[in-house]
Every structure is written in structure tokens, then in C-alpha cells.
Design a protein around this ligand. Structure first.
Ligand code: C5P
Length: 217
């Protein structure tokens, strides 16, 4: 087990995990890992190289050659900043599809664990507390109703595109929740080692304070 501290924040899409985890990391001076961006970067590579999602052998080769790094808040493959491409829902859905495969998950495990080799870490995803860091010092399952998550995402997207509609966003959220929670391997969910935090009616600051207080307890 790593001598470094780990706070794992798991939960469904658009629950605010990323924003909250990043702020907790900043306040505690821990490193931060957005594990979803690893799955998203892989999805982007699979699309770019036109590899079929059923061609696991080639996807595993892509993983072994994937030179992924996080620099100044950006996600890089080799020296290409792919941050702006990987946030699309098409990539999220592809990431979720790839995340169903056990071999793919297995191949990404050590890379994710390496973020706690030399530093304390706050990380968010779907299985960070259950599979990747089962000995995490604190595990949070962060969620909100699908309607609330869709509303938050809608407000974000509206800043970029006034014509965006909430119904397809809600549909996508429900579809991805279903795919992530019904998969056999590392399904989205929590057990008694987690603290459940439903932030439907909470602000970001309230969530950050709650998590830090629990950690410092
Ligand atoms: O969190 P985010 O929406 O960026 O993740 C994209 C997809 O990657 C998720 O829907 C999920 O299927 C997959 N993922 C995962 N395990 C993680 C993080 C993300 O399976 N730890």
C-alpha cells in the first residue's frame, strides 16, 4: 500500500466530481487525477486510429503506446493538447463503452495507481475507491438527481451555444448512468466503505467543506 494519502471521489457523470475534487486537492495541496480523462483520451485515440471497439488486441496496443500526460490543466497525447476534443458527449459515451472491457480496465490500472506513488492524491471517477485505490483514506460517492445534473450541464453548455436543449442532455446522462452502472466490471456504485454525498441541493463550496472536514476528522 502506498504511504501517500488518497481521497477517492466516485459518482455519475455531471455530478460535479471534477470541480469539487480539484478544489479539495488545491486546498489540501494534494495532486489531482481525473481518471475519466484517461478513458476519454483512449476513446479519442481509438476514434483517431479508426480501431473497432471490438478489436481489443489493438486497443491494448494503443494503451501501451499512449503517451498520456497532464500539464497545466491540459490533457496531452505526445505533445498534442487534446483537452478541447475529449469533453464531447460522443467521446464520453465511447469512453463508457471501452470502460466495460475488463482487459482495458486492467491495462489502465497501474497508470492510475502511479499518481499516488510520490504524492498525496485526490482522484475522481467511477471505481477509484472500489478497485483502483481500495485502501483510500476517504471514499466519497458524489451524486445528484439526473434532472439536477442535466440542468447543470445545460447551463454550462448554454454559455457556448444558446440553441442547446435540455432534453437530449438528460437522455445522454440517463443512458451513460445505465451503461456505467449495469456493466459487469467495476460498475458505478458504492458500498459501506463510502460516504454518500448527494449534492442535489448543495453548493460546490458546501461539498468541498464537507469532504475536507471528513478527511481532517
Ligand atoms: O467521468 P467522465 O464522464 O469523464 O468519464 C467518462 C467515462 O469513462 C465514464 O462514463 C465511465 O464509463 C468511464 N470511466 C470509468 N472509470 C473511471 C472513470 C471513467 O469507467 N474511473
Amino acid at each position: 500500500m502506498s504511504k501517500f494519502k488518497v481521497i477517492a471521489i466516485d459518482g455519475p457523470s455531471s455530478s460535479g466530481k471534477g470541480t469539487i475534487a480539484k478544489l479539495v486537492a488545491q486546498k489540501l495541496k494534494f495532486n489531482y487525477l481525473d481518471s475519466g480523462s484517461i478513458y476519454r483520451a483512449l476513446a479519442w485515440l481509438v476514434i483517431r486510429h479508426k480501431v473497432a471497439t471490438t478489436d481489443i488486441e489493438n486497443i491494448l496496443t494503443l494503451i501501451s503506446q499512449m503517451n498520456l500526460s497532464f500539464r497545466n490543466d491540459g490533457v496531452f497525447i505526445n505533445d498534442e493538447n487534446i483537452s478541447m476534443y475529449i469533453r464531447e458527449e460522443k467521446i464520453g459515451m465511447m469512453a463508457s463503452l471501452l470502460g466495460k472491457n475488463e482487459k482495458i480496465r486492467q491495462h489502465l490500472l497501474e497508470f492510475q495507481r502511479s499518481f499516488a506513488y510520490h504524492n498525496n492524491l485526490v482522484t475522481d471517477g467511477r471505481d477509484m475507491g472500489s478497485i483502483v485505490f481500495p485502501q483510500a483514506n476517504l471514499k466519497i460517492f458524489l451524486t445528484a438527481t439526473a434532472a439536477k445534473r442535466a440542468e447543470r450541464r445545460f447551463q454550462q453548455l448554454q454559455l457556448l451555444d444558446k440553441s442547446v436543449k435540455i432534453e437530449p442532455i438528460l437522455r445522454d446522462i440517463i443512458a451513460r448512468d445505465k451503461q456505467d452502472s449495469e456493466r459487469k466490471i467495476a460498475p458505478l456504485g458504492y458500498d459501506k466503505t463510502y460516504k454518500l454525498l448527494d449534492n442535489t441541493n448543495l453548493s460546490i463550496e458546501q461539498c468541498v467543506d464537507y469532504i475536507i472536514n471528513l478527511y481532517l476528522l
